[in-house]
Design a protein around this ligand. Structure first.
Ligand SMILES: Cc1cc2nc3c(=O)[nH]c(=O)nc-3n(C[C@H](O)[C@H](O)[C@H](O)COP(=O)(O)OP(=O)(O)OC[C@H]3O[C@@H](n4cnc5c(N)ncnc54)[C@H](O)[C@@H]3O)c2cc1C
Length: 413
């Protein structure tokens, strides 16, 4: 490959201008370092902006222990990272950017505007004022033999950059049109860095509906339900899609459902369509219905089920006996036979294996290169946990780079 020019810079380069990269740039610039952010997109933070479309859930207000438990397998190594940039620090940071936050009834925390754009605008202004510059429309291709970062610009010209230190924050592989497509895995694998495969997280699942439920009810919510899977109980709601279910309780259980499908080809969850009412009470209401009434009307008027819930029940043979029917309403099996593609998932699991990193989030095989955000091997449900970990690892990678630069300076002095 012909490389047009090679640049040596005293700046620290941050590759990837999502929340993790921006946070890294913030910490580095606050410590007085010039920073250049590279991103392939025409503007930074595209997925961050998308996250604000349905209400930007920035973090969660639950006690820290419970909060950290949401990261499951990754909790032991993420805990000290998040303790240094906690949910309280996240709120303070939003306030610093002029965005007041509030806690919703679910305990989730949002900016008052609900949106990303005012927060991102204020953040980019703050970074520009702190000697952070951006090189957009630059696609990161990997490293050359000498360890310089290789980019291709919008005109197709390639250039290498040798920087004081590098932070990579290239995201996962969901919603690739927003910039993160996981193509960085090739560059890291070339450097023998251990990676866990990128897999969909907070994703929908396929049921193989055997009647027209998907066609008729796609987009309809199943409200006030509860889902049981793998010993966990998830109250909430979900949405019917043409091919299955997604959203809310499905995302909450998605890591276990995905793992089960990968291991056994299918996963059966149970949905309680009337969580507030016992089976006995439901059976009484069903038994009290007029005999001549159609079954659909009985289900609509007795237990007050909406049409999408009735359609879900009708995936099964409906028992005539009221108690058996009530039990089906309380424990309706839904078998998933596939996982929706990663492109449609909210986030991804997998990425740079913890073993490849030291305690400062530096790649052991590449001194001076630090990694942050969704490209690291952790996953979490929706609820503000994703952004919290991206911000916290961005800050940690930056602290790691500062520590490493400081140590190098001492060595040379
Ligand atoms: C629809 C939706 C809603 C969401 N809602 C929420 C929410 O409410 N709360 C929450 O906590 N999380 C939410 N998330 C998840 C959250 O947005 C992500 O976890 C977060 O953006 C990941 O941050 P990141 O910095 O690691 O990566 P990203 O935000 O993906 O940023 C990575 C950056 O790297 C750039 N890049 C990638 N590859 C290259 C390359 N080869 N060369 C140059 N640049 C490259 C990309 O263009 C991008 O700008 C949502 C996600 C989606 C899709």
């Amino acid at each position: 490959m012909n490389v047009a020019n090679t640049e040596n810079t005293d700046s620290i380069i941050v590759i990837g201008g999502g929340p993790a990269g921006l946070m890294a740039a913030d910490v580095l610039s606050a410590a007085g370092h010039p920073v250049v952010i590279y991103d392939r997109m025409p503007s930074p933070g595209r997925k961050f902006l998308m996250a604000g479309r349905g209400g930007l859930n920035i973090t969660h207000s639950e006690p820290l222990d419970t909060f950290l438990g949401r990261y499951r397998k990754a909790a032991p190594w993420l805990a000290p990272v998040i303790e240094k940039f906690s949910p309280a620090a996240m709120r303070d940071f939003c306030h610093l950017l002029g965005q007041e936050t509030f806690t919703g009834s679910s305990g989730r925390v949002f900016p008052k505007s609900f949106k990303t754009s005012p927060l991102l605008r204020a953040w980019l202004r703050r970074l520009a004022a702190a000697n952070v510059s951006t090189r957009l429309r630059h696609t990161f291709l990997g490293w050359d033999k000498g360890g310089a970062a290789l980019f291709r610009d919008a005109q197709g010209k390639t250039a290498t950059v040798r920087a004081a230190a590098t932070i990579i924050a290239l995201g996962g592989a969901s919603w690739p049109k927003l910039g993160s497509d996981g193509s960085w895995t090739t560059a890291l694998a070339d450097k023998n860095i251990a990676l866990a495969p990128l897999r969909p997280a907070n994703c929908g699942f396929l049921t193989g509906w055997d009647n027209d439920i998907g066609a008729r009810y796609a987009g309809e919510p199943l409200k006030s339900i509860a889902l049981d899977f793998a010993g966990h109980h998830y109250p909430g709601e979900c949405i019917i899609t043409e091919t299955g279910l997604e959203g809310g309780v499905i995302y909450a259980a998605s890591a276990d459902i995905r793992d089960t499908i990968e291991a056994n080809d299918t996963a059966t969850v149970h949905i309680d369509l009337k969580p507030g009412v016992t089976a006995e009470k439901l059976a009484e209401r069903l038994a009290a219905s007029p005999r001549k009434q159609s079954l659909s009307n009985t289900l609509r008027k007795g237990p007050r089920l909406r049409a999408p819930s009735i359609a879900l029940l009708r995936q099964h043979e409906l028992p005539a006996d009221p108690l058996s029917l009530a039990k089906l309403i309380k424990h309706c099996p839904v078998t998933f036979t596939g996982i929706r593609p990663i492109e449609r998932a909210i986030s991804s699991a997998g990425g740079i294996a913890l073993d490849s990193l030291n305690e400062h989030l530096m790649l052991k095989a590449m001194p001076g290169v630090f990694a942050a955000g969704e490209m690291l091997d952790w996953e979490a449900p929706t609820g503000g946990y994703l952004l919290q970990a991206c911000f916290a690892t961005g800050a940690a990678a930056a602290r790691g780079a500062l520590h490493w630069l400081d140590q190098n300076k001492r060595r040379l002095a």
